[in-house]
Design a protein around this ligand. Structure first.
Ligand SMILES: *Cc1c(COP(=O)(O)O)cnc(C)c1O
Length: 397
């Protein structure tokens, strides 16, 4: 595609990287549901494999529908290139395995997605790739844990599920000086709320299963970064490990992306009202929400996020049993892991998403037994609030 004007985010989610005139005028990007591509003659096949001629070969190596998604995501994240994967963990594992070798060290934020924790453990046990966690609250705290073998800084912000924030600009500056790439899991924000590459970070990963899809019907992942690095991943840990996205799932993500800004606005507006309701309720002990003006992280939120997003964590006065009894009383809100869907979802991290993390490590991450995570959906906030209120009413003092 030739040079064209750059539009605002709300326009690019709909138009970036697609020119209908190149596809018979098809308004939406066509679904190329094919495993392979035929060559007109043997020489063309030879040239494509040799990289001497542009063109598709086999869907694990590239597919036109997937290509549009990748280019669009690169644009939205302000990166040079992107790759789509069969899951968020497919993206996380391909990136971490591409960056590391035996003897290396990864420094992580104080809290990562449960399966990312599992992957780090696997890399340590099988390949002797070590890792550490740091609160990254100050430059000094970050520097303290960087070793000569540190080859990657891996950050989630907001951290799942404690909703603590990490100052991405600060981390990027420290890392740049040390010559270490920063990988950011941007799942909780989506590029509408936060673009880590614009703040100097190097690679963004996503569970596209969440806000990017937005409709709870796809498992997928995305990685965005510099073209040279993304090409390397494409030819190694993606191509040879094989966690590629299916064309149909890429097509569904393109469909979901069009409404991303509208959805994120609604998720954020609803969450703001519900966070306030929860914080004022006598049976709620504490609320963790990036939009909390009293929070130490509020300044960071204002600096690096457009809005506080759609996730709220909170604890009830009482034990795990109180939390479970409360969940069982909910009628509209569904008990399910995942987030970013139209439906409001609630889960109990200690026994669900972070059950794989040993109790002591969980507590270091701030995941206590009474903690609940609410992914605020797109329903009328009054209905969500009424459901929370009636369930809170049912639980014993
Ligand atoms: C869900 C999630 C993942 C993993 O993504 P999958 O698509 O389930 O593989 C990684 N990071 C975060 C923050 C997530 O919420």
């Amino acid at each position: 595609m030739g040079e064209r004007k750059t539009f605002q985010f709300e326009t690019e989610v709909i138009h970036a990287a697609y020119e209908s005139s190149e596809y018979e005028g098809s308004l939406t990007p066509p679904l190329y549901q094919t495993s392979t591509f035929t060559f007109k003659d043997a020489q063309i096949g030879e040239k494509r494999f040799a990289g001497e001629e542009q063109g598709y070969i086999y869907t694990r190596l590239g597919n036109p529908t997937v290509h549009v998604l990748q280019e669009r995501m690169a644009k939205l994240e302000n990166g040079e290139a992107a790759l789509a994967f069969s899951s968020g963990m497919g993206a996380v594992s391909a990136i971490l395995l591409a960056l590391t070798k035996t003897g290396d060290h990864i420094l992580c934020s104080q809290g990562v997605y449960g399966c990312t924790f599992g992957l780090l453990q696997l890399m340590k046990d099988k390949y002797k790739i070590d890792h550490d966690f740091s609160s990254m609250a100050t430059k000094e705290q970050l520097l303290e844990k960087i070793r000569p073998e540190t080859v990657c800084i891996y950050v989630e912000t907001p951290i799942n599920p404690t909703m603590k924030l990490v100052d991405l600009q600060m981390v990027a500056n420290v890392a740049k000086e040390a010559g270490i790439p920063v990988v950011v899991d941007n799942t909780f924000c989506s590029p509408y709320l936060q673009t880590p590459l614009s703040l100097g970070c190097d690679i963004v990963v996503h569970s596209a299963t969440k806000y990017i899809c937005g409709h709870g019907d796809v498992i997928a992942g995305i990685a965005v970064g510099k073209k040279k690095f993304i090409d390397h991943v494409s030819m190694t840990t993606q191509k040879d490990i094989g966690g590629v996205i299916s064309p149909f799932d890429a097509w569904l993500l393109l469909r979901g992306l069009k409404t991303l800004p509208i959805r994120m606005d609604r998720h954020s507006d609803n969450a703001k009202k519900l966070a306030k309701f929860l914080a004022g309720h006598p049976k709620v002990e504490s609320v963790y929400y990036p939009g909390d003006e009293q929070s130490d992280d509020y300044d960071i939120m204002k600096r690096q996020m457009k809005k506080p997003g759609g996730l709220i964590s909170f604890t009830l006065k009482g034990t795990k049993e109180t939390a479970q009894a409360f969940m069982n009383q909910l009628k509209l809100i569904k008990i399910a892991v995942s987030l970013g869907d139209a439906e409001t979802l609630i889960q109990h991290p200690a026994t669900m998403t972070h059950a794989v993390v040993p109790k002591h490590a969980r507590e270091e991450m701030g995941i206590l037994d009474g903690l609940l995570r609410l992914s605020v959906g797109l329903e009328a906030w009054e209905d969500i609030q009424a459901d929370l209120a009636q369930a809170l009413e049912q639980i014993k003092k």
